[in-house]
Design a protein around this ligand. Structure first.
Ligand SMILES: Nc1ncnc2c1ncn2[C@@H]1O[C@H](COP(=O)(O)OP(=O)(O)OP(=O)(O)O)[C@@H](O)[C@H]1O
Length: 605
């Protein structure tokens, strides 16, 4: 068992309080109105028995003052009913707004943070934080507002009962345990409606999980806002089911009210005896009965308290997402027509407390293809993510055509910097839409098909039952086909910098060669940063950046680096035999054959 961490607990509690205060501030006016209405309703409820009892006594005595007092009765009862209704109506609105605010804020943080921060939270856990926990937390502001006021009727009722008649009050106190037993029978019935509500919640959670799995793609495509709208689309249905739940809640409350007479019979019995003994008037008995009813409502206060406690605990869970750091973005634009010169100056990246990139300096000239090579874990993917601003660096600067990436507007960044990944997530209703997915204007179908051809995806897409219109879910895709669709998407939106992180790892050598040639000659020209495990990719690159344990060990052409046995060992470690036994000191591989692997490499395979 993990020992309790008091500091962590305290910080989580502070986070929960901050989140709840922020949610309450978001609907401060309405929350104040809920408080005002519930206090006023409680005061009216306390005044009502006294006014009714007094009026009844006046009417029984045929006192002329009875007429005006009847009007007072009507006024107090009307005010109580209207104020109660307003409290419930306004309270429901505050609940919905606070919940929506908590969800939107946390979801926004989740989609705007760097993917490695988001990945710290498991998808299922995130969906629970954003659905059930946010709902429970969202009802706290209104519950606090009404909870304070809901103490007034039971306390005031008990005091009034003692003031009217001590024996009747004692009879009431004796019957309270019976009421507690009867109230326990009420925790049922809303099951079906709650079930449907939760089903819609789950549908939303499913979309969210999908989006989380593709968080890098969404970040790369700059479609966080569109994705948020897609996730929240079932909200109207959730609203309908929520209202149905409230109707059931209302009916349950009415049944609770019907039980109350059982306790009141005890009060009537004792009150009747006191009436016949002349210690109580008829109006006094009526008032005593009504006050007993109010005093019996003490259970509702406990319920409210439990709601607040549960909600605060739930808020801690949702608020954990509030602290996710946002990726800094600016408003700068790139110089028009720039070549895509990529520069890293002293870039340092820390992950899990360890430095994984150490003060990396690198210059990739505009239009050049740079291959990132190195042993597994040397920092290639981290460098690729930093270069494309999927994540921020902890020190140093990354510049594209002289503009720091953190100063760029999100639109400029995603228009000019594209990514393709080893395991791309595919968004969109059809295969064609999955290729077209991205920020900015929707690409024409011809552009989508051209990108698919460049990524060697067109032949297999055309073989699908409905070609480009085939729903992604109905397209059985191999790892390599999925990768080709991811590449097609990146090619379709190619800007001045394209970052390919192991994006051809699942392709056979021949297909990878086709894609590399198309990338060199057909895709929009620009700078390419390619995480490469294949010799062919390194050999074709204008520049190889050799990473070793988070540092740039050397840069140069593949042919020049090939002299170094440690460099050749990198490819052996990656699963590509660098040299046959006895060939460790073989002459450097000749420059790449533009159509395939370097000649010397084929010989050792
Ligand atoms: N979110 C993270 N938390 C902790 N450590 C991380 C995180 N991301 C990366 N690392 C570490 O950073 C180092 C570099 O990782 P990276 O993924 O860049 O390696 P790579 O060179 O791309 O490896 P491979 O070729 O196997 O994909 C690794 O040691 C990895 O464990």
């Amino acid at each position: 068992m993990t020992p309790p961490d008091p500091a962590g607990e305290a910080s989580a509690a502070r986070g929960a309080d901050r989140a709840l205060k922020a949610a309450a501030r978001h609907s401060a006016g309405r929350t104040t109105a809920v408080f005002g209405c519930s206090v006023a309703a409680s005061c009216a409820a306390l005044a009502e028995p006294a006014v009714l009892g007094h009026t009844l006594d006046l009417l029984l005595r045929r006192d002329p003052a009875g007429g005006p007092w009847t009007l007072w009765c009507a006024l107090v009862i009307t005010a109580e009913v209207l104020l109660d209704a307003a409290t419930v109506r306004l309270g429901g609105g505050v609940d919905a707004r606070s919940t929506a605010w908590l969800r939107r804020f946390a979801l926004g943080r989740l989609l705007r943070t760097a993917p490695h921060h988001a990945a710290r939270h498991a998808p299922g856990e995130v969906s629970a934080r954003l659905t059930a926990h946010a709902t429970e937390a969202g009802i706290v502001p209104a519950a606090v507002a009404t909870g304070a006021a809901s103490l007034l009727p039971p306390l005031g009722g008990l005091v009034a009962l003692f003031l009217i008649d001590v024996w009747t009050a004692l009879a009431f106190l004796a019957g309270l345990p019976l009421l507690a037993l009867l109230l326990r029978a009420f925790a049922r019935d809303s099951g079906a409606s709650v079930g449907r509500y939760q089903q819609v919640q789950l549908a939303m959670a499913g979309r969210l999980v999908e989006a989380l799995a593709g968080a890098r793609t969404i970040a790369a495509a700059g479609t966080a806002a569109r994705e948020r709208d897609r996730i929240l689309a079932p909200l109207p249905e959730l609203g309908r089911e929520g209202r149905q739940m409230w109707r059931i809640y209302g009916a349950t409350t009415a049944r609770t009210a019907a039980l109350m007479p059982l306790l009141l019979y005890v009060v009537i019995g004792v009150g009747g005896i006191r009436l016949s003994a002349g210690a109580l008037t008829v109006g006094g008995l009526l008032a005593a009965l009504r006050y007993a009813g109010l005093a019996a409502g003490v259970g509702a206060v406990t319920g409210k308290l439990a709601t607040v406690v549960r909600g605060r605990t739930a808020a801690r869970r949702t608020a954990a997402l509030f602290d996710l750091p946002e990726l800094v973005q600016g408003e700068a634009e790139l110089p028009p027509g720039g070549p895509g010169t990529l520069e890293l100056r002293g870039v340092r990246v820390v992950r899990g407390g360890s430095v994984v990139l150490h003060d990396v300096d690198l210059l990739v000239p505009g239009g050049a293809t740079a291959a990132l090579v190195g042993r597994s874990g040397s920092g290639k993917s981290v460098l690729a993510a930093v270069a494309g601003r999927l994540t921020a660096c902890d020190g140093g600067l990354v510049l594209l055509d002289g503009v720091p990436l953190d100063a760029l507007s999100p639109a400029a960044l995603r228009r000019e910097v594209g990514h393709a990944f080893d395991r791309p997530a595919l968004f969109g209703d059809s295969v064609g839409a999955a290729i077209a997915f991205g920020a900015g204007p929707e690409p024409q179908p011809a552009a989508v098909r051209a990108a698919a051809r460049q990524a060697a995806a067109d032949p297999f897409v055309r073989r699908l039952p409905d070609g480009y219109d085939t729903p992604v879910a109905d397209a059985p895709l191999s790892g390599g086909e999925r990768q080709r669709l991811g590449l097609a998407r990146a090619f379709c939106h190619a800007g001045r910098l394209l970052v390919l992180d192991d994006a051809t790892s699942a392709l056979d050598t021949l297909t990878a060669g086709e894609v590399e040639r198309a990338l060199a000659h057909e895709v929009r020209p620009g700078t390419r940063l390619v995480v490469a495990h294949r010799l062919s990719a390194a050999a074709r690159a204008d520049l190889v950046v050799w990473l070793d344990a988070g540092r740039v060990r050397a840069t140069g052409t593949h042919a020049a680096l090939w002299h170094d046995p440690d460099y050749r060992a990198v490819f052996a470690a990656a699963g590509t035999p660098a040299a046959a036994p006895g060939r460790a000191s073989a002459p450097p591989a000749p420059p790449a054959d533009p159509a395939g692997e370097p000649a010397g490499v084929e010989a050792v395979r």
